[in-house]
Design a protein around this ligand. Structure first.
Ligand code: SF4
Ligand code: FES
Length: 372
């Protein structure tokens, strides 16, 4: 590793693509991997050991639904033994009796639970899973009873944006320490469903005011994080905190990625864990170095005063909308194609009017990769 390259702080381990829910906003790739492509227990443990050696402080255990891995307790214990902070990102559906308690016993530090809606009908519709809302409420209660700090994650789009006040009440009633009001990012399945998920501007403005007022009113009671929607922004967010800057992702088959949508950039080739060590991949992989820092930038980013603030935004969004992964993120007002986002927002109302939401969703399922 070169002297100027810092070690990563965080890692997101996608333990599996299997999931009992079928959310159309999922950021997983359209080509979901089947169970027989997943790394085995010992390989994940070796990978986690190298992750700790690399200096990573936090590992987010995600998927798909990570609790479908029967060895999850073992994986948590492996990380905990190395002093790595563990956050379990779960949909909270299909958890057997005693499982959450076993995760806590194995050393889990934190649990993040997603809710597709604040109302049962919305949760069940978006996840395409009847009864899921009740199961999630039960998972939240069990997590708190097991002494685990809890974050409620609310991915926001046009079908639940009016439920933001109810999300806040629900998070308070469940004793959550944190609520994430996270507007959906259009990658993976969310990109395939963009027309039916995109909210209207008036709803986005109402939402921002409600969240700002709640953040002030509930300061010291609950932390409310707000991830604003890219398509309505003036400047982009620093996606992943900057490409290959302080975090990386490992897919279920051990492919090491700078971000969850990186495989949509056709010019890049990614390495699998085992062919080289994590430290070698982090430092030397051509894909990790392709957009690291600011040396790769073109105008307008190259001479922009924000280039070390947002790192040019999201490479995958630039690829999806500009057709060039090295272009400025089109969410940026300085992008020559920024108006295309406004056209995409304007186009969504018509799509939603002409089709009932449940008919229009492309639900996330393994083996439906030809939807795009
Ligand atoms: Fe960020 Fe590039 Fe826009 Fe500047 S021009 S704000 S660096 S995306
Ligand atoms: Fe790939 Fe943003 S999702 S850089």
């Amino acid at each position: 590793m070169s002297e100027s390259l810092l070690p990563p702080i965080g890692m997101l381990a996608e333990l599996t693509h299997r999931c009992p829910l079928q959310c159309p906003y999922c950021s997983n790739p359209l080509e979901l991997l089947k169970a027989n492509r997943e790394l085995d227990t010992q390989t994940w443990l070796d990978l986690f050991s190298q992750t700790a050696d690399l200096g990573v402080l936090q590992v987010h255990l995600s998927g798909g639904e990570p609790t479908l891995r029967r060895d999850l307790e073992q994986l948590i214990a492996g990380l905990s033994a190395r002093g790595v902070y563990t956050n379990l990102i779960t949909a909270g559906v299909g958890l057997a009796e005693g499982r959450i308690e076993a995760f806590a016993e194995a050393g889990l530090d934190h649990l993040q639970l997603s809710f597709q809606g604040a109302r049962p009908a919305t949760t069940d519709l978006i996840g395409n899973h009847r009864g899921s809302h009740e199961k999630k409420l039960e998972a939240a209660r069990r997590a708190r009873a097991a002494g685990l700090p809890l974050t409620i994650n609310a991915p926001i789009h046009r079908h639940n944006i009016e439920e933001v006040p109810e999300f806040i009440d629900m998070a308070l009633s469940l004793g959550a320490e944190r609520l994430e009001i996270a507007n959906v990012q259009y990658a993976g399945w969310a990109l395939a469903n963009r027309n039916v998920l995109m909210p209207e501007r008036a709803a986005v403005d109402r939402q921002a005011k409600i969240v700002a007022a709640a953040q002030e009113r509930l300061a010291g009671v609950i932390n409310i994080d707000f991830v604003p929607p890219d398509y309505f922004a003036i400047y982009p967010k620093p996606c992943m905190g900057g490409w290959a800057r302080d975090a990386f992702i490992v897919a279920p088959d051990g492919t090491v990625l700078p971000c969850h949508a990186a495989q949509t950039i056709p010019s890049l080739r990614f390495e699998r864990f085992g062919e080289r060590t994590l430290a070698e991949i982090w430092a030397d992989s051509a894909a990790f170095n392709a957009f690291r820092g600011s040396g790769w930038m073109q105008e307008p980013c190259r001479s922009c005063e924000r280039r070390d603030v947002d790192w040019g935004g999201c490479r995958c969004q630039a690829m999806a909308i500009a057709g060039d992964a090295a272009a400025a993120d089109p969410a940026c007002i300085k992008s020559p194609i920024h108006e295309r986002l406004a056209m995409l927002i304007a186009g969504t109302g018509r799509a939603a009017e002409t089709a009932a939401a449940e008919e229009a969703f492309i639900y996330r399922r393994i083996g439906v990769a030809d939807v795009a």
